[in-house]
Design a protein around this ligand. Sequence first.
Ligand SMILES: Nc1nc2c(ncn2[C@@H]2O[C@H](COP(=O)(O)OP(=O)(O)OP(=O)(O)O)[C@@H](O)[C@H]2O)c(=O)[nH]1
Ligand SMILES: [Mg+2]
Length: 565
Amino acid sequence: MATIDQNVDRPSIEAVLHTLLGVEDRESVNKGLHEKLLSLERKLASNQLHLAVLGQMKRGKSSFINALLGAEVLPTGVLPVTAAITEIKYGSAPCATILLTTGQREEVGICTLADYITEAGNPGNKKQVASVEITYPSPFLESGMILIDTPGIGSTYAHNTRTTEAYLDRVDAGIVVFSVDPPITEAESKFLGEIKEEIPKLFFVLNKTDVAAADDTSQILRFLEEELVRLQIESPEIFPMSARKVLLQKRQASSSEIEIFERRLRSFLAEEKGQVLVRSVTLDALHIARTLRFAIAINVRVGKMNAEELSRKRLALDRLLKCAEADLRELQVLLRQHSVDLVGRVELDLAAQVVASVPVVRQHLQLFQAQHPDETGREFGALLEAFLTREVEATFRNWKVWEDDEIQAQLDGISSRFVAKTNGILERLQEAAGALFETSIERLLVRCSLRVESHLHYRVDRVFYSLERVLLLLPRILLRPIVLRRMNERLRSVLDMNAGRIRYDYIERLEWSMAQFESDLCAAVIVVTDSLRSVLNEADVGSHHQATTLDVLDSVIRNCSQLLT
Ligand SMILES: Nc1nc2c(ncn2[C@@H]2O[C@H](COP(=O)(O)OP(=O)(O)OP(=O)(O)O)[C@@H](O)[C@H]2O)c(=O)[nH]1
Ligand SMILES: [Mg+2]
């Protein structure tokens, strides 16, 4: 697809990034900021626009992408389906790669995607899928657009919402899919309120128009438009369609209502894509410029202090930082305590489940005995082993789903409490440091994903049970009663053994989630403490060039603000 996008703002944002990198190199405020600036440069150079299809579950996001591609590439369905971020890029042949949480990649056939990215094919994400990359020969993707299918927000599965939210800071433009039933919910309004400042360009699709009368669709369209304007989205571009009908029509090569959207998408890619990419990079650059300005403003102020005042303030700042670091350490200890408590809770729940299940499995064993009156020898052994495996799986499968929900609810509570506490530490530190050095505070919005690992993986292995082989050689008359008695006696220990394995699995995953979360929390505070610590570094303080740097940053902030208007 030819690109005529002559973007006049591109040199400006390139210059902004160049200046910020220069400032960062000189001042060495923070390594994270440096990395982020380099990644913004790469993003601009790659010219790749991340266009995400977003919205509430079951609105038809995946169906809409299929309609656009003109083929059933993504799985769709009546139950919550998409459970992993799926990026679709240009490629001469359709191909799918599964990225696992272990870092491994696995190439699979497009037609087997449902086995990896849907709740049904991959319940509880037991296959440990982190995300999926698809290549597809669509002309829309040729100009460097990456189309992204996201799990529905407000899903019965809370982790789906979190997966999508965690991805949002990579999104440059969005297509929000609504449907005619009901036109817009509270969850959608809330979600839109959150993303409209963060995502530079949004399109809207009103899907499933085939299930409403034409008059109703027009009314719903008007209502949706009013609602979007009320949410301060200016002149929203809404495209009514039926993704289902479009796909059928494309198969029959007849024209369809998606063509209006496709024309708009083509013109967007040709004329506005570069501009949107610039806006997306500018939003991040502005944030970095403000972070740098805060640290350097303090340094400049420090440079104007006399030696006595300076050493007093340094001591005070040192105390502030130590206090913040101690608060953070306390939080870490508390967090680990929560982790231990959660493991304790899993242990109790597991033990209760085993106690409740033993009589049930015994009853099933009696039934099994009645259903298999004649088998003996190895054949009987194999049947019994299969029976026990099924019983163990049944005992823990439903329990696991229930337990995961309970644990996830606890983790959500912990996550939001600890994020709030960490933000409290940050705010107190910034305010105190600002007051100490008489510098106005730009609230530093440290953007990092403060969320626990979104998923607890499910694993119930085959029961490690093997009947003593020698018993199976006994004559039939002796074999059945002995083997069944042994089985009855061992039921409890088999369930306990599996409970132990499940417990270990939970501990592993909880520890991993908590460690990730803890490092995210610490990173957020360290960005600020590192910036402030540079004030304590005698050599750097108040050097003459910093006043100039401040002017440079002020002008960068002005430039960024202009680019965003
Ligand atoms: N009648 C009608 N049904 C549709 C249309 N588009 C999608 N559907 C149906 O709506 C259901 C959900 O479609 P999906 O494409 O899986 O929706 P989704 O938003 O990707 O769902 P999640 O990934 O679970 O959030 C499926 O049963 C689709 O067949 C449409 O235009 N008309
Ligand atoms: Mg979907």
